[in-house]
Write a protein that binds this ligand. Structure first.
Ligand code: SF4
Ligand code: SF4
Length: 154
């Protein structure tokens, strides 16, 4: 099937709502942070991330191993399209969708800017090789797996 062409610098010229399906997919930087298990503080509603990933995440490549079937296998998968306020609160500040939604530009490490799919990992944003799948960690250990990742406001 032919791949739909991406418009030149679409991430600067169009809103999220105006993106084609192919552009929407290309906007994902492949960091894998949205695939990490999270804990929510019931009192403050603050979201904390762990270094434990969804079982379907390939922790070496940081790609979903069942992307086309993910919602039927993992109903709680955070499908970011369409983006809404509830989903936004679960996304990291580095997320390309969140950045554009908030009017921030893509970072220099974003593969669309760097033209290098590995730059997101080289910059310390991507989770490749930095997380373990949930079937390897007892659930009661999750609170001990909280992590903080570098900000990416540059
Ligand atoms: S956090 Fe955002 S940019 Fe990173 S993998 Fe998830 S959807 Fe893509
Ligand atoms: S199902 Fe795939 S995309 Fe969804 S959280 Fe799991 S690894 Fe990530």
């Amino acid at each position: 099937m032919p791949t739909e062409p991406l418009r030149v610098k679409f991430w600067e010229r169009y809103s999220l709502e105006e993106l084609s399906d192919a552009e929407w997919e290309a906007l994902c930087d492949g960091c894998g942070r949205c695939c990490l298990l999270k804990l929510e503080d019931e009192d403050t509603e603050e979201v904390h991330i762990t270094d434990v990933s969804c079982v379907l995440l390939n922790t070496e490549t940081c790609r979903c191993s069942q992307y086309s079937k993910r919602k039927s296998i993992v109903p709680e998968c955070l499908n970011v399209k369409p983006l809404d306020a509830d989903k936004l609160r679960w996304l990291p500040s580095s997320c390309a969708y969140k950045r554009l939604h908030e009017g921030r530009p893509l970072a220099n490490w974003h593969p669309l800017i760097s033209q290098d799919p590995n730059s997101v990992h080289a910059a310390g944003i991507g989770m490749a090789g930095r997380c373990v799948p949930e079937n390897k960690v007892p659930i009661h250990e999750l609170p001990e797996r909280l992590v903080e990742w570098p900000k990416d406001e540059e």
